[in-house]
Design a protein around this ligand. Structure first.
Ligand SMILES: *Cc1c(COP(=O)(O)O)cnc(C)c1O
Length: 414
Protein backbone atom coordinates (compact mmCIF):
# COMPACT_ATOMS: atom_id res chain seq x y z
CA UNK A 1 0.00 0.00 0.00
CA UNK A 2 1.30 3.45 -0.82
CA UNK A 3 0.09 6.97 -0.92
CA UNK A 4 -0.33 8.80 -4.14
CA UNK A 5 1.23 12.11 -3.43
CA UNK A 6 -1.50 14.46 -4.50
CA UNK A 7 1.03 16.85 -5.95
CA UNK A 8 1.84 14.13 -8.45
CA UNK A 9 -1.76 14.06 -9.50
CA UNK A 10 -1.57 17.68 -10.44
CA UNK A 11 -1.06 18.55 -13.98
CA UNK A 12 -1.15 21.51 -16.23
CA UNK A 13 -1.41 19.73 -19.57
CA UNK A 14 -4.29 17.77 -20.94
CA UNK A 15 -2.15 14.70 -21.43
CA UNK A 16 -1.10 14.71 -17.83
CA UNK A 17 -4.74 15.09 -16.85
CA UNK A 18 -5.60 12.06 -18.96
CA UNK A 19 -2.80 10.07 -17.42
CA UNK A 20 -3.99 11.11 -14.02
CA UNK A 21 -7.50 9.91 -14.83
CA UNK A 22 -6.11 6.55 -15.88
CA UNK A 23 -4.04 6.22 -12.73
CA UNK A 24 -7.03 7.15 -10.64
CA UNK A 25 -9.31 4.69 -12.46
CA UNK A 26 -6.85 1.87 -11.95
CA UNK A 27 -6.56 2.62 -8.26
CA UNK A 28 -10.28 3.11 -7.99
CA UNK A 29 -10.93 -0.28 -9.55
CA UNK A 30 -8.62 -2.31 -7.39
CA UNK A 31 -10.00 -0.48 -4.35
CA UNK A 32 -6.88 -1.00 -2.32
CA UNK A 33 -5.70 2.49 -2.84
CA UNK A 34 -5.09 4.97 -0.16
CA UNK A 35 -4.93 8.52 -1.35
CA UNK A 36 -5.29 12.01 -0.10
CA UNK A 37 -8.15 14.21 -1.21
CA UNK A 38 -8.47 17.91 -0.52
CA UNK A 39 -11.78 19.42 0.56
CA UNK A 40 -10.95 22.56 -1.39
CA UNK A 41 -7.78 22.13 -3.44
CA UNK A 42 -5.72 25.31 -3.20
CA UNK A 43 -2.48 23.44 -3.88
CA UNK A 44 -3.53 22.43 -7.36
CA UNK A 45 -4.74 25.93 -8.18
CA UNK A 46 -1.40 27.39 -7.11
CA UNK A 47 0.64 24.85 -9.06
CA UNK A 48 -1.32 25.64 -12.22
CA UNK A 49 -0.77 29.39 -11.91
CA UNK A 50 2.48 29.40 -9.98
CA UNK A 51 4.53 31.51 -12.36
CA UNK A 52 2.09 34.42 -12.65
CA UNK A 53 1.35 34.44 -8.92
CA UNK A 54 5.01 34.18 -7.89
CA UNK A 55 5.91 37.01 -10.29
CA UNK A 56 3.12 39.20 -8.92
CA UNK A 57 4.24 38.65 -5.32
CA UNK A 58 7.87 39.22 -6.31
CA UNK A 59 6.98 42.59 -7.86
CA UNK A 60 5.53 43.74 -4.54
CA UNK A 61 8.62 42.51 -2.68
CA UNK A 62 10.83 44.45 -5.10
CA UNK A 63 8.76 47.63 -4.83
CA UNK A 64 8.26 47.26 -1.04
CA UNK A 65 4.93 49.08 -1.16
CA UNK A 66 3.41 46.64 1.28
CA UNK A 67 0.63 48.95 2.50
CA UNK A 68 -1.79 50.58 0.02
CA UNK A 69 0.51 49.92 -2.93
CA UNK A 70 -0.76 50.57 -6.45
CA UNK A 71 -2.05 46.96 -6.71
CA UNK A 72 -4.68 47.76 -4.07
CA UNK A 73 -6.35 50.61 -5.97
CA UNK A 74 -5.95 48.71 -9.23
CA UNK A 75 -7.72 45.70 -7.69
CA UNK A 76 -10.54 47.94 -6.44
CA UNK A 77 -11.11 49.17 -10.01
CA UNK A 78 -11.05 45.65 -11.40
CA UNK A 79 -13.46 44.30 -8.75
CA UNK A 80 -15.88 47.24 -9.08
CA UNK A 81 -16.03 46.62 -12.81
CA UNK A 82 -16.39 42.87 -12.33
CA UNK A 83 -19.35 43.28 -9.97
CA UNK A 84 -20.81 46.18 -11.91
CA UNK A 85 -20.92 48.61 -8.99
CA UNK A 86 -19.46 52.13 -8.81
CA UNK A 87 -17.24 51.74 -5.72
CA UNK A 88 -15.12 48.91 -4.35
CA UNK A 89 -13.30 49.48 -1.05
CA UNK A 90 -10.97 46.67 0.00
CA UNK A 91 -10.27 45.90 3.65
CA UNK A 92 -8.57 43.39 5.94
CA UNK A 93 -11.21 40.63 5.99
CA UNK A 94 -14.88 39.84 5.45
CA UNK A 95 -15.80 40.36 9.09
CA UNK A 96 -14.33 43.87 9.17
CA UNK A 97 -16.14 44.60 5.91
CA UNK A 98 -19.49 43.91 7.59
CA UNK A 99 -18.54 45.97 10.63
CA UNK A 100 -17.34 48.89 8.49
CA UNK A 101 -20.71 48.94 6.71
CA UNK A 102 -22.61 49.06 10.01
CA UNK A 103 -20.30 51.82 11.30
CA UNK A 104 -20.87 53.83 8.13
CA UNK A 105 -24.63 53.63 8.67
CA UNK A 106 -24.17 54.59 12.31
CA UNK A 107 -25.86 51.44 13.57
CA UNK A 108 -25.60 51.04 17.33
CA UNK A 109 -27.36 50.68 20.66
CA UNK A 110 -31.12 50.28 20.35
CA UNK A 111 -30.99 49.19 16.69
CA UNK A 112 -32.25 45.81 15.48
CA UNK A 113 -30.33 44.07 12.69
CA UNK A 114 -31.89 41.00 11.05
CA UNK A 115 -29.50 38.11 10.41
CA UNK A 116 -30.18 34.60 9.10
CA UNK A 117 -30.01 31.96 11.83
CA UNK A 118 -27.96 29.69 9.56
CA UNK A 119 -24.65 31.38 8.65
CA UNK A 120 -21.06 31.83 9.74
CA UNK A 121 -20.69 33.51 13.15
CA UNK A 122 -19.35 36.81 11.69
CA UNK A 123 -22.71 37.80 10.21
CA UNK A 124 -24.12 38.16 13.73
CA UNK A 125 -20.93 38.98 15.62
CA UNK A 126 -20.46 42.35 13.89
CA UNK A 127 -23.93 43.46 14.96
CA UNK A 128 -23.04 43.13 18.63
CA UNK A 129 -19.60 44.68 18.01
CA UNK A 130 -21.27 47.97 17.08
CA UNK A 131 -23.64 47.69 20.05
CA UNK A 132 -26.78 46.79 18.12
CA UNK A 133 -29.04 43.77 18.65
CA UNK A 134 -29.02 40.82 16.25
CA UNK A 135 -32.45 39.38 15.50
CA UNK A 136 -32.01 35.93 14.03
CA UNK A 137 -34.35 34.85 11.26
CA UNK A 138 -35.21 31.33 10.06
CA UNK A 139 -34.17 30.17 6.60
CA UNK A 140 -35.75 28.78 3.45
CA UNK A 141 -35.66 24.97 3.45
CA UNK A 142 -34.47 24.72 -0.15
CA UNK A 143 -31.91 27.49 -0.55
CA UNK A 144 -30.83 27.74 3.13
CA UNK A 145 -30.91 31.51 2.68
CA UNK A 146 -32.94 33.91 4.84
CA UNK A 147 -36.67 33.24 4.49
CA UNK A 148 -38.55 36.39 3.37
CA UNK A 149 -41.67 35.22 5.25
CA UNK A 150 -39.77 34.65 8.49
CA UNK A 151 -38.01 37.97 7.96
CA UNK A 152 -41.27 39.86 7.85
CA UNK A 153 -42.52 38.01 10.94
CA UNK A 154 -39.32 38.93 12.78
CA UNK A 155 -39.68 42.61 11.82
CA UNK A 156 -43.29 42.61 13.05
CA UNK A 157 -42.17 40.95 16.24
CA UNK A 158 -39.51 43.61 16.91
CA UNK A 159 -41.97 46.42 16.20
CA UNK A 160 -44.68 44.98 18.45
CA UNK A 161 -42.73 43.31 21.25
CA UNK A 162 -39.48 45.26 21.72
CA UNK A 163 -38.19 48.81 22.06
CA UNK A 164 -35.66 48.23 19.31
CA UNK A 165 -35.64 50.14 16.04
CA UNK A 166 -35.42 47.94 12.93
CA UNK A 167 -32.58 49.27 10.77
CA UNK A 168 -30.73 46.70 8.66
CA UNK A 169 -31.24 43.31 7.00
CA UNK A 170 -28.03 41.33 6.61
CA UNK A 171 -28.79 38.94 3.76
CA UNK A 172 -26.20 36.19 3.37
CA UNK A 173 -25.48 34.51 0.01
CA UNK A 174 -25.01 31.15 1.68
CA UNK A 175 -22.89 28.44 0.03
CA UNK A 176 -22.59 30.63 -3.10
CA UNK A 177 -26.22 31.27 -3.98
CA UNK A 178 -27.52 34.85 -3.82
CA UNK A 179 -30.35 35.43 -1.35
CA UNK A 180 -33.84 36.29 -2.65
CA UNK A 181 -33.22 39.96 -3.18
CA UNK A 182 -36.40 40.74 -5.07
CA UNK A 183 -38.55 39.85 -2.07
CA UNK A 184 -36.04 41.14 0.46
CA UNK A 185 -35.99 44.54 -1.29
CA UNK A 186 -39.78 44.79 -1.11
CA UNK A 187 -39.67 44.13 2.62
CA UNK A 188 -36.79 46.60 3.09
CA UNK A 189 -38.77 49.31 1.30
CA UNK A 190 -41.93 48.59 3.25
CA UNK A 191 -40.17 48.96 6.63
CA UNK A 192 -37.49 51.50 5.56
CA UNK A 193 -34.57 49.17 6.21
CA UNK A 194 -31.11 49.06 4.67
CA UNK A 195 -29.84 45.88 3.00
CA UNK A 196 -26.33 44.68 3.78
CA UNK A 197 -25.42 41.83 1.42
CA UNK A 198 -22.95 39.44 3.07
CA UNK A 199 -21.44 37.98 -0.09
CA UNK A 200 -18.47 36.32 1.66
CA UNK A 201 -19.51 33.01 0.11
CA UNK A 202 -21.39 34.43 -2.84
CA UNK A 203 -18.76 36.23 -4.90
CA UNK A 204 -19.08 35.06 -8.51
CA UNK A 205 -22.77 34.13 -8.17
CA UNK A 206 -25.53 35.86 -10.12
CA UNK A 207 -29.24 36.47 -10.45
CA UNK A 208 -29.83 36.73 -14.18
CA UNK A 209 -26.94 38.87 -15.36
CA UNK A 210 -26.65 40.83 -12.11
CA UNK A 211 -23.65 39.79 -10.05
CA UNK A 212 -23.44 39.00 -6.35
CA UNK A 213 -22.18 41.95 -4.26
CA UNK A 214 -24.38 44.31 -6.26
CA UNK A 215 -27.62 43.55 -4.38
CA UNK A 216 -27.08 45.36 -1.08
CA UNK A 217 -27.14 49.08 -0.35
CA UNK A 218 -23.68 48.06 0.73
CA UNK A 219 -22.36 44.57 -0.10
CA UNK A 220 -19.35 42.79 1.31
CA UNK A 221 -17.17 39.82 0.49
CA UNK A 222 -14.26 37.88 1.97
CA UNK A 223 -11.06 36.71 0.31
CA UNK A 224 -10.32 34.11 3.00
CA UNK A 225 -8.36 31.40 1.10
CA UNK A 226 -11.21 28.87 0.93
CA UNK A 227 -13.88 31.33 -0.29
CA UNK A 228 -14.81 31.30 -4.00
CA UNK A 229 -12.26 34.08 -4.68
CA UNK A 230 -9.56 33.62 -2.07
CA UNK A 231 -6.21 35.28 -1.48
CA UNK A 232 -3.21 33.92 0.45
CA UNK A 233 -4.19 35.20 3.86
CA UNK A 234 -7.05 37.38 5.06
CA UNK A 235 -8.78 39.92 2.86
CA UNK A 236 -12.15 41.51 2.23
CA UNK A 237 -14.01 44.15 0.25
CA UNK A 238 -17.10 46.35 0.24
CA UNK A 239 -19.18 47.46 -2.72
CA UNK A 240 -21.63 50.33 -3.05
CA UNK A 241 -23.16 52.76 -5.55
CA UNK A 242 -23.34 55.49 -2.90
CA UNK A 243 -20.54 58.12 -3.10
CA UNK A 244 -20.98 59.38 0.44
CA UNK A 245 -20.86 55.90 2.00
CA UNK A 246 -17.83 55.01 -0.13
CA UNK A 247 -15.97 58.02 1.24
CA UNK A 248 -16.95 57.17 4.81
CA UNK A 249 -15.83 53.55 4.33
CA UNK A 250 -12.43 54.75 3.09
CA UNK A 251 -12.13 56.87 6.23
CA UNK A 252 -13.32 54.21 8.70
CA UNK A 253 -10.91 51.60 7.33
CA UNK A 254 -7.88 53.83 8.10
CA UNK A 255 -8.41 55.13 11.65
CA UNK A 256 -11.27 57.45 10.72
CA UNK A 257 -8.93 59.56 8.63
CA UNK A 258 -9.76 63.04 7.35
CA UNK A 259 -7.28 64.48 4.86
CA UNK A 260 -4.76 61.81 5.88
CA UNK A 261 -4.26 59.20 8.58
CA UNK A 262 -2.82 61.77 11.00
CA UNK A 263 -5.96 63.86 10.70
CA UNK A 264 -8.58 61.80 12.50
CA UNK A 265 -12.15 62.95 12.26
CA UNK A 266 -13.90 59.86 13.64
CA UNK A 267 -13.08 56.62 15.47
CA UNK A 268 -12.29 53.99 12.86
CA UNK A 269 -10.37 50.77 12.40
CA UNK A 270 -7.09 49.60 10.96
CA UNK A 271 -8.46 47.43 8.20
CA UNK A 272 -6.51 47.54 4.96
CA UNK A 273 -5.91 44.84 2.37
CA UNK A 274 -2.18 44.05 2.06
CA UNK A 275 -0.58 44.89 -1.28
CA UNK A 276 0.69 41.30 -1.58
CA UNK A 277 -2.87 40.00 -1.24
CA UNK A 278 -4.09 42.49 -3.84
CA UNK A 279 -1.36 41.30 -6.20
CA UNK A 280 -2.43 37.67 -5.71
CA UNK A 281 -6.09 38.57 -6.30
CA UNK A 282 -5.28 40.50 -9.48
CA UNK A 283 -3.86 37.27 -10.88
CA UNK A 284 -6.60 35.01 -9.53
CA UNK A 285 -9.48 37.13 -10.86
CA UNK A 286 -8.19 36.41 -14.39
CA UNK A 287 -9.24 32.75 -14.21
CA UNK A 288 -12.03 33.19 -11.69
CA UNK A 289 -14.93 32.92 -14.15
CA UNK A 290 -13.43 29.70 -15.48
CA UNK A 291 -13.31 28.38 -11.91
CA UNK A 292 -16.95 29.28 -11.24
CA UNK A 293 -17.91 27.50 -14.45
CA UNK A 294 -15.96 24.40 -13.42
CA UNK A 295 -17.59 24.39 -9.98
CA UNK A 296 -20.99 24.48 -11.69
CA UNK A 297 -19.98 21.45 -13.75
CA UNK A 298 -18.89 19.64 -10.59
CA UNK A 299 -22.22 20.49 -8.96
CA UNK A 300 -24.08 19.13 -11.98
CA UNK A 301 -22.20 15.83 -11.74
CA UNK A 302 -22.93 15.60 -8.03
CA UNK A 303 -26.60 16.36 -8.65
CA UNK A 304 -26.83 13.61 -11.25
CA UNK A 305 -25.25 11.04 -8.95
CA UNK A 306 -26.94 12.05 -5.72
CA UNK A 307 -30.44 13.06 -6.81
CA UNK A 308 -32.90 10.94 -4.88
CA UNK A 309 -30.13 9.60 -2.63
CA UNK A 310 -29.81 12.70 -0.46
CA UNK A 311 -31.44 16.13 -0.48
CA UNK A 312 -29.29 17.78 -3.14
CA UNK A 313 -28.80 21.56 -3.16
CA UNK A 314 -31.49 23.61 -4.89
CA UNK A 315 -30.43 26.58 -7.02
CA UNK A 316 -33.42 28.73 -7.91
CA UNK A 317 -34.38 29.35 -11.53
CA UNK A 318 -32.40 32.27 -12.94
CA UNK A 319 -29.88 32.09 -10.06
CA UNK A 320 -26.25 31.02 -10.47
CA UNK A 321 -24.24 29.79 -7.50
CA UNK A 322 -20.48 30.18 -7.14
CA UNK A 323 -20.50 26.99 -5.02
CA UNK A 324 -18.59 28.03 -1.94
CA UNK A 325 -20.00 24.74 -0.63
CA UNK A 326 -21.87 21.79 -2.06
CA UNK A 327 -24.16 20.94 0.84
CA UNK A 328 -26.54 17.99 1.00
CA UNK A 329 -28.97 16.93 3.70
CA UNK A 330 -29.55 13.47 5.12
CA UNK A 331 -32.63 12.15 6.93
CA UNK A 332 -31.33 12.94 10.39
CA UNK A 333 -28.24 13.44 12.52
CA UNK A 334 -27.65 9.72 13.02
CA UNK A 335 -27.53 9.05 9.31
CA UNK A 336 -25.26 12.05 8.75
CA UNK A 337 -22.78 11.03 11.43
CA UNK A 338 -22.64 7.52 10.00
CA UNK A 339 -21.94 8.89 6.53
CA UNK A 340 -19.19 11.19 7.84
CA UNK A 341 -17.52 8.21 9.47
CA UNK A 342 -17.80 5.95 6.44
CA UNK A 343 -16.63 8.69 4.06
CA UNK A 344 -13.59 9.21 6.26
CA UNK A 345 -12.78 5.50 6.02
CA UNK A 346 -12.81 5.96 2.24
CA UNK A 347 -10.50 8.99 2.51
CA UNK A 348 -13.24 11.40 1.49
CA UNK A 349 -13.16 14.61 3.52
CA UNK A 350 -16.44 16.30 4.44
CA UNK A 351 -17.45 19.15 6.73
CA UNK A 352 -20.53 20.33 8.58
CA UNK A 353 -21.51 23.92 7.79
CA UNK A 354 -23.11 24.61 10.29
CA UNK A 355 -23.76 22.49 13.35
CA UNK A 356 -25.29 25.16 15.53
CA UNK A 357 -27.98 27.73 14.76
CA UNK A 358 -26.86 31.28 15.56
CA UNK A 359 -29.56 31.71 18.18
CA UNK A 360 -28.10 28.73 20.08
CA UNK A 361 -24.53 30.04 20.19
CA UNK A 362 -23.41 30.74 23.73
CA UNK A 363 -22.14 34.18 22.68
CA UNK A 364 -25.67 35.22 21.68
CA UNK A 365 -27.36 33.79 24.73
CA UNK A 366 -28.73 37.14 25.85
CA UNK A 367 -30.36 37.80 22.47
CA UNK A 368 -32.80 34.92 22.59
CA UNK A 369 -36.38 35.83 21.83
CA UNK A 370 -39.26 33.64 22.89
CA UNK A 371 -41.54 34.78 20.14
CA UNK A 372 -39.37 33.63 17.23
CA UNK A 373 -39.06 30.13 15.79
CA UNK A 374 -36.18 28.47 13.95
CA UNK A 375 -37.62 25.12 12.90
CA UNK A 376 -35.93 24.95 9.50
CA UNK A 377 -32.48 26.00 10.74
CA UNK A 378 -32.65 23.55 13.63
CA UNK A 379 -33.52 20.72 11.24
CA UNK A 380 -30.86 21.63 8.67
CA UNK A 381 -28.13 21.89 11.33
CA UNK A 382 -28.96 18.30 12.29
CA UNK A 383 -28.65 16.78 8.84
CA UNK A 384 -26.46 18.93 6.54
CA UNK A 385 -23.08 17.89 5.19
CA UNK A 386 -20.77 19.63 2.73
CA UNK A 387 -18.80 17.53 0.24
CA UNK A 388 -15.48 18.40 -1.43
CA UNK A 389 -16.05 21.23 -3.90
CA UNK A 390 -13.50 23.07 -6.04
CA UNK A 391 -12.74 23.67 -9.72
CA UNK A 392 -10.01 21.02 -9.88
CA UNK A 393 -12.08 17.98 -8.88
CA UNK A 394 -11.72 15.55 -11.77
CA UNK A 395 -14.61 13.43 -12.96
CA UNK A 396 -13.21 10.20 -11.53
CA UNK A 397 -12.80 11.74 -8.11
CA UNK A 398 -16.35 13.10 -8.29
CA UNK A 399 -17.61 9.63 -9.20
CA UNK A 400 -15.61 8.13 -6.36
CA UNK A 401 -17.19 10.58 -3.90
CA UNK A 402 -20.70 9.90 -5.22
CA UNK A 403 -20.10 6.15 -4.95
CA UNK A 404 -18.73 6.74 -1.46
CA UNK A 405 -21.87 8.54 -0.33
CA UNK A 406 -24.11 5.88 -1.87
CA UNK A 407 -22.09 3.11 -0.29
CA UNK A 408 -22.30 4.83 3.10
CA UNK A 409 -26.08 4.70 2.73
CA UNK A 410 -25.99 1.11 1.49
CA UNK A 411 -27.12 2.11 -1.98
CA UNK A 412 -25.55 0.19 -4.88
CA UNK A 413 -23.63 2.00 -7.62
CA UNK A 414 -23.30 0.22 -10.97
C1 LIG B 1 -16.24 33.75 5.87
C2 LIG B 1 -17.44 34.51 6.16
C3 LIG B 1 -17.40 35.77 6.75
C4 LIG B 1 -16.14 36.37 7.31
O1 LIG B 1 -15.08 36.52 6.45
P1 LIG B 1 -13.59 36.61 7.04
O2 LIG B 1 -12.81 37.12 5.87
O3 LIG B 1 -13.20 35.24 7.47
O4 LIG B 1 -13.60 37.58 8.15
C5 LIG B 1 -18.58 36.46 6.92
N1 LIG B 1 -19.75 35.94 6.53
C6 LIG B 1 -19.84 34.72 5.97
C7 LIG B 1 -21.17 34.22 5.54
C8 LIG B 1 -18.69 33.96 5.77
O5 LIG B 1 -18.79 32.74 5.22
Amino acid sequence: MYKIVYKKLLCSTRRAQQEENEIFSARYKNRKKEFYMEFRDLKQQYQLHKKQIDDAIQRVLTNTNFIQGSEVSHLEEVLAEYVGVKHCITCANGTDALQLALMTWNIGVGDAVFVPDFTFFSSGEVVTLVGATPIFVDIDEDTYNISPQSLEQAIQYVLEQTNLKPRVIIAVDLFGQPAEYEQIKKIAEKYHLLILEDGAQGFGGRIGTKKACSFGDISTTSFFPAKPLGCYGDGGALFTENDEWAELLRSYRVHGKGVDKYDNVRIGMNSRLDTIQAAVLLEKIKFFDWEVKKCNQVAEEYNKGLQGVVKAPVVKKGFVSSWAQYTVCFQNNKEREQVIKLLKEQNIPSAVYYRKPMHMQEAFRKYQYKGLEYKVTEKVCECCLSLPMHPYLNINVIKYIIAGVRKSLDIKTD
